[in-house]
Ligand binder design. Structure first.
Ligand SMILES: NC(=O)c1ccc[n+]([C@@H]2O[C@H](COP(=O)([O-])OP(=O)(O)OC[C@H]3O[C@@H](n4cnc5c(N)ncnc54)[C@H](O)[C@@H]3O)[C@@H](O)[C@H]2O)c1
Length: 367
């Protein structure tokens, strides 16, 4: 079977993890590493034993690249995915898919038109306790889902935001919901099903030097009658505290917790014994010492190879990626308008542009 040829674009914190795993996967060949910063492109090429590029266009024109692996700032994901597919490449994008529904829809449109494959990184779905939870929701063992509750209590210090100019901006980062918590919204929907409406509160409580929110509470009404709630912040004192999801069903209770959805904290499911889980990957550790989600990128990249070589199913569909963006956009609109937002978004809510919204530190509290 042919090896799938990748180019990693953006050799920062997460791009370097992609290079690390692509080097190890027998079904992958790393052709190039691209970064607008020449020293990073070269460091990536050295690490990956491949070519360096400083212009995205070089990657798009390179006939030896099958898959463009997009690891650049969040606000560039959609436009780069679109350019990659238009250039005849498959695309895999780090989360989030886009910072607006308009951009997510463009990705969908271009994917259909070009018939290239589009993949989205949602590696937390592979965490062993998360996969076990999904199984009992999917096969009905947990009964009807009543409440899903998620806490993302992380810490990002000033140094994190100052390290890279895109962080903490509305146009390229989007804030703690889009950049730190989109994995959790993806899981709430993966477990809870179709969302009907969204209500939220957001604030910038301790990062006044950024434009974005650092804290929020999002409530999603689910079609099945249940409720999904997520409280999130990057303002937790000193260090990451918790990344958890609890599901209360009519036939059981499961809590996945730890700091990165890495521990099965509670398992009480009618007729289903607590599973004996394999160990999950460690969290990603980045320069500056901060940590993020569990590192399952090898599984995400292997899925790309399996889809392209063996016709297997993609781990995340485009529609699921779009829905996550829709819920996050609805949360921003709800926080701004101070009321519940009904889904699917329509009219001006469809065209909402977070990058043009009022920066959070300027927003008046209680309005
Ligand atoms: N899946 C996960 O758990 C996970 C973890 C961390 C980050 N991420 C996502 O990955 C993305 C990058 O985050 P990061 O922390 O690695 O950022 P980073 O700033 O460390 O790295 C981004 C890199 O992209 C480069 N870049 C910017 N514009 C470019 C362009 N036009 N062409 C080529 N290179 C360009 C920058 O020079 C930088 O080296 C974010 O969207 C973030 O949400 C995902």
């Amino acid at each position: 079977m042919d090896r799938v040829r990748f180019s990693v674009v953006g050799y920062g914190n997460i791009g370097s993890r992609h290079v690390h795993f692509l080097k190890q996967l027998p079904g992958a060949e790393l052709v190039s590493v691209c970064d607008i910063k020449a020293d990073r492109a070269e460091a990536g090429a050295l690490e990956g034993n491949c070519r360096a590029a400083t212009l995205f266009e070089e990657v798009l024109k390179d006939p030896s690249v099958d898959v463009v692996d997009i690891c650049t700032p969040s606000g560039l994901h959609a436009s780069m995915s679109v350019k990659a597919m238009k250039a005849g490449k498959h695309a895999i994008s780090e989360k989030p898919m886009a910072l607006s529904l308009k951009d997510a829809d463009e990705v969908l449109k271009v994917q259909k038109k070009t018939d290239k494959r589009y993949f989205l990184v949602k590696q937390n779905r592979y965490n062993p306790p998360v996969a076990a939870l999904r199984k009992v929701v999917e096969d009905g063992s947990l009964g009807k889902v009543l409440i899903i509750s998620s806490n993302v209590f992380w810490n990002r210090r000033r140094g994190y935001y100052e390290e890279e100019p895109w962080r903490g901006t509305l146009s390229l980062d989007g804030g703690a919901l889009f950049t730190q918590s989109s994995h959790f919204i993806d899981l709430l929907l993966w477990l809870g099903g179709r969302p009907l409406s969204v209500e939220s509160y957001m604030a910038n409580l301790s990062h006044e030097y950024t434009e974005t929110e650092d804290t929020g509470s999002v409530r999603v009404e689910l079609e099945g009658g249940g409720l999904a709630v997520m409280n999130y912040t990057t303002s937790t004192y000193q260090s990451n505290l918790e990344g958890s999801i609890t599901v209360l069903g009519t036939k059981g209770t499961v809590k996945v917790g730890g700091k990165y959805l890495n521990e099965l904290v509670e398992w009480n499911v009618e007729g289903v014994p607590r599973p004996d889980l394999p160990p999950g990957g460690p969290p990603n550790t980045y320069k500056g010492g901060y940590q993020g989600s569990m590192s399952n990128h090898d599984k995400v990249l292997q899925n790309v190879i399996d889809v392209l070589n063996e016709g297997k199913q993609a781990a995340v569909s485009l529609e699921e990626g779009r829905l996550t963006v829709e819920v996050m956009q609805a949360a921003h609109i709800s926080a701004l308008e101070g009321k519940k937002v009904v889904l699917p978004l329509k009219g001006k809510h469809l065209r909402f542009d977070l990058s043009k919204a009022l920066p959070f530190p300027s927003r008046e509290r209680g309005k």
